[in-house]
Write a protein that binds this ligand. Structure first.
Ligand SMILES: NC(=O)C1=CN([C@@H]2O[C@H](COP(=O)(O)OP(=O)(O)OC[C@H]3O[C@@H](n4cnc5c(N)ncnc54)[C@H](OP(=O)(O)O)[C@@H]3O)[C@@H](O)[C@H]2O)C=CC1
Ligand SMILES: Nc1ccccc1C(=O)C[C@H](N)C(=O)O
Length: 450
């Protein structure tokens, strides 16, 4: 039987990785993207990029398509969060066990690598082509491109066209399509800590730096050129420190001097960058179903999450691996079945990670600065050492395993309820090392059985 051509919308990280998976199955694939070819234009240099943190789920997909070794040189390991206090002091909180790290990677070069690999495998790439609308009655796509507007038949469509997906917008016009979007109260601004005059990193390169300040925070992730991409997360308005109240170089300087004094010293271009770079918004999108006829949403198009768990890309890469597994299992001509199974199995997991991503914002900007957070980390690390099968910290389940996100979420809730009881002891700071760890595990097992 002739193999149907698959049309992918979006040449971002997810669309390109999906195309690589499909080509490896011998399927014909075309990708359309509304932007110019990133190899010829400076696509992501808009001052609105947040470095991503590649972790186990992402690496697993890259390994499966044989790309892990080519991505390693683009990525820098970060073994923990380096917390900066208001006086310039720092401390490191490890992410997991010794040697476990998340990897800082910037979007531009990584995306280029995936585009090149896709093209080498025979994927046809059509840049400057915008999907205007999908008509599900006859599976056609309306494009605008350099050759003008045209309509094209597309027997199988995968929408990887991001948080503002055009495929999803067409689905929204169908009946019984559920959609929810939420802009959070905070926005973000990209800033830079450049390499030092002698070409070195200005801070510890193997950590994700956080300046947690309660309602707001600054973070910095390392780049291979020895600079750091920093992201300032502030409320848009309504608080003492917010984007609305920083109107000139003086306002900016007083905020940075008061709250980020050590970072301030390392940012010679702060004023210029701050007023040049846009302030961007952060959106969470949930929708369902993801399927209409032979069209399917994946990646941010189906579940755009806030960036705080560093899982958006990892989750999207896992989407590709799961979808590829289903195609392998049910064959190239069972799209109804494959798409249905995909959305049913995947939706609870993406709901869980969207929720966790929201919650991790509070942890990063606020909780990490509480000395009790460190004690709790120590207790959970010890529980994991003593009972590695029974107690794995939530962060590790999400970041260093491929246990389903929904299972990790449920187990995390359970562990959280036990830890709240443990932490309620007013003498916990002194007593944490003398706790009855077996009793904690038993409590958790009992709660699980209920
Ligand atoms: N670090 C960052 O700043 C960002 C990181 N990401 C990461 O990437 C992950 C995966 O993103 P992914 O799902 O690939 O989505 P992306 O937004 O990265 O990629 C989607 C691509 O589709 C293009 N597109 C949008 N609308 C259309 C259209 N109508 N027709 C054709 N092309 C279109 C987008 O262009 P355009 O961009 O112009 O809309 C973009 O190139 C995210 O979860 C996140 O982790 C994503 C975005 C920003
Ligand atoms: N890449 C990011 C971009 C923006 C905000 C957070 C991240 C993270 O990766 C956070 C990390 N997982 C953490 O929990 O410390």
């Amino acid at each position: 039987m002739k193999k149907e051509e698959i049309t992918i919308l979006g040449a971002g990280l997810i669309g390109t990785l999906m195309s690589i998976y499909l080509r490896k199955q011998g399927l014909p694939v075309k990708i359309y993207d509304k932007r110019p070819d990133m190899r010829k234009s400076k696509r992501y240099e808009g001052g609105r990029s947040i470095n991503m943190a590649l972790s186990h789920r992402g690496w697993k997909s890259l390994e499966e398509v044989g790309l892990k070794d080519r991505v390693i040189p683009l990525a820098i390991p970060m073994y923990g969060r380096r917390i900066h206090d208001e006086h310039g002091g720092t401390s490191l909180i490890p992410y997991g066990k010794e040697g476990q790290a998340i990897y800082s990677i910037s979007r531009g070069k990584f995306n280029q690598l995936l585009v090149e690999e896709a093209e080498n495998l025979g994927v046809e790439m059509l840049f400057d082509h915008k999907c205007e609308e999908v008509d599900f009655r006859d599976q056609t796509i309306h494009f605008s491109g350099p050759e003008g507007n045209f309509k094209k038949e597309a027997p199988v469509i995968i929408g990887a066209d991001g948080a503002y997906s055009s495929l999803r917008m067409s689905m929204q016009k169908q009946i019984r399509f559920n959609y929810r979007q939420e802009y959070i109260s905070h926005g973000y601004k990209e800033l830079t800590i450049p390499a030092t005059a002698d070409g070195e990193f200005a801070m510890d390169p193997n950590a994700l730096h956080i300046w947690p300040r309660g309602k707001f925070m600054l973070i910095a992730l390392p780049n291979p050129d020895k600079s750091f991409t920093c992201t300032l997360f502030l409320p848009f308005e309504g608080t003492k420190v917010c984007f609305d109240k920083i109107n000139d170089a003086g306002d900016l300087k007083s905020v940075f001097k008061a709250f980020f004094p050590d970072a301030y010293e390392l940012m010679p271009d702060l004023t210029e960058e701050y007023f040049k770079n846009p302030t961007s918004a952060l959106i969470n999108v949930e929708c369902y179903p993801w399927v209409q006829g032979h069209s399917l949403l994946i990646g941010d198009a189906s579940h755009a999450m806030v960036p705080f768990y560093g899982q958006g890309m990892n989750c999207g890469f896992e989407d590709c691996r799961v979808l590829n597994g289903l195609i392998n299992k049910y064959g190239h001509n069972s799209w109804d079945l494959v798409f249905e199974k995909f959305q049913k199995t995947r939706k609870p997991d993406t709901d869980a990670i969207c929720q966790l991503a929201m919650e991790n914002f509070v942890e990063m900007r606020d909780t990490v600065a509480d000395p009790k957070f460190l004690i709790r980390k120590k207790i959970e690390t010890k529980l994991n050492e003593l009972y590695p099968k029974d107690w794995v910290p939530l962060y590790s389940m999400v970041t260093f395993s491929d246990m389903s996100y929904s299972e990790a979420y449920a187990q995390g809730q359970l562990q959280d309820s036990i830890m709240r009881q443990v932490m309620a002891d007013p003498l916990i700071t002194e007593n944490w090392n003398r706790l009855d760890y077996e009793e904690i595990i038993n409590k958790m097992e009992t709660a699980k059985a209920v």
